[in-house]
Design a protein around this ligand. Structure first.
Ligand SMILES: NC(=O)c1ccc[n+]([C@@H]2O[C@H](COP(=O)([O-])OP(=O)(O)OC[C@H]3O[C@@H](n4cnc5c(N)ncnc54)[C@H](O)[C@@H]3O)[C@@H](O)[C@H]2O)c1
Length: 353
């Protein structure tokens, strides 16, 4: 099969990564774009040379020339658009989180099972070279049995505002937005064990911090500091996730807190351990000697090359040339974990899955 004809639905901040990757890929023709904002759709089409411009995703999906779509809209629209795309026979790369709620995730997973088309969830951290290298070491058995993982993504001022700040539109705050990446990368490196139970707490203590001056942050396309969210998302979340194989993960994340920003991902096995972020390092022992291994890579940190790798993997899977890398059931599993953390926080109890 030759290059696929691709459309991108939702043309806000993250769509650049998809548009750049498709434009530059020999395996794709970027033919269509769609956004409910007609001005944004027109300017993105001109910028990227897309010949078809839509403001209604249903019209894009009805176009028989389009083989595959990226869905880069806000979280609460993912389920509806993914299911419609799969039913139209289009291959789908959907931005994370797969959906904003557990009910939607179950519906998407069922639609993916009914469809012959590929559904890939944009767990982009899996495609960063540092993660790909670490996975090779793990798969070769160099770390042994992984029994503990620890991930932190704390932002002092990180709420992107707009729909991200409103639980009804986003499904939650840093837990669903950042947590989905960081819980997923640990879960994937651990070999995707089944989840046994979850305990978690989310805090609403500080708010979105739109008052902070002279400090740049990622902002949603509909950011408006004068419009407070109807149902504000949490500032900070922390959780302990236990797996049926006995392994445990500890995780915390924030949009707002008083402290220094921190991003750290660590996994611990009985033969070796590793830090994936901020930069890849592997820790082990040999001949009664402690060893720190620093792989020599273009970038030992998370690299934006990951977005291109993610898109190439999606195109290869859609062509039938590669195995699925982040399928719907992995999207569903993360939404199950995140929903259980919110439930545990609400009830004050451990949630057994
Ligand atoms: N992988 C990552 O690193 C990463 C980073 C940021 C955001 N994201 C995810 O990407 C998605 C989009 O985030 P963003 O930051 O680009 O948001 P954004 O607010 O910047 O852009 C969303 C765009 O979607 C458009 N839109 C909304 N509803 C639509 C519809 N029904 N049809 C067509 N267009 C529609 C909006 O007009 C807007 O242009 C979210 O799910 C977010 O979680 C992923």
């Amino acid at each position: 099969m030759g290059a696929l004809n691709v459309g991108v639905i939702g043309l806000g901040t993250i769509s650049d990564m998809h548009l750049d990757a498709y434009r530059d890929s020999p395996s794709a023709h970027l033919v269509a774009v769609c956004d409910i904002d007609a001005v944004r759709a027109g300017s993105r089409a001109a910028e990227y040379g897309a010949v078809k411009v839509f403001t209604d995703y249903k019209e894009l999906l009805a176009d028989p020339e389009i083989d595959a779509v990226s869905i880069c809209t806000r979280n609460d629209t993912h389920a509806e658009i993914v299911i419609a795309a799969l039913e139209a026979g289009k291959h789908v790369l959907v931005e994370k989180p797969m959906t904003a709620s557990l009910g939607e995730a179950l519906a998407v997973a069922a639609a993916a099972q009914r469809s012959a088309a590929v559904l890939q969830v944009a767990y982009v951290r899996r495609f960063s070279p540092n993660a790909e290298v670490l996975k090779r070491f793990i798969d070769a058995g160099d770390l042994g049995q992984i029994y503990y993982a620890k991930a932190t993504c704390l932002r002092r001022v990180g709420n992107p505002g707009g729909w991200f700040a409103d639980k009804a539109l986003s499904g939650g705050g840093p837990l669903i937005d950042l947590g989905v990446h960081f819980i997923d990368i640990c879960w994937w490196l651990m070999g995707c064990p089944s989840v046994a139970s979850v305990s978690g707490t989310v805090f609403h203590k500080i708010g979105a911090r739109n008052n902070i001056l002279n400090f740049s942050r990622y902002l949603s396309a509909d950011f408006d500091p004068a419009r407070p969210p109807a149902d504000p998302v949490e500032d900070l979340a922390t959780a302990l996730i236990k797996f049926s194989n006995g392994a445990v993960m500890h995780f915390d994340t924030s949009y707002s807190m008083h402290g220094a920003d921190e991003t750290k991902v660590q996994i611990f096995g009985d033969k070796g351990g590793a830090q994936l972020e901020p930069a890849l390092e592997i820790f082990t022992e040999q001949h009664d000697t402690l060893l720190d291994i620093s792989p020599v890579l273009d970038s030992p940190t998370f690299s934006t090359v990951a977005y291109r790798n993610e898109v190439e993997q999606f195109l290869a899977t859609a062509r039938g040339d590669a195995a699925e890398a982040a399928p719907a059931d992995h999207g569903l599993e993360l939404i199950k974990i995140i929903s259980a953390i919110y439930e545990s926080s609400r009830t004050g109890r451990e949630v057994v899955l």
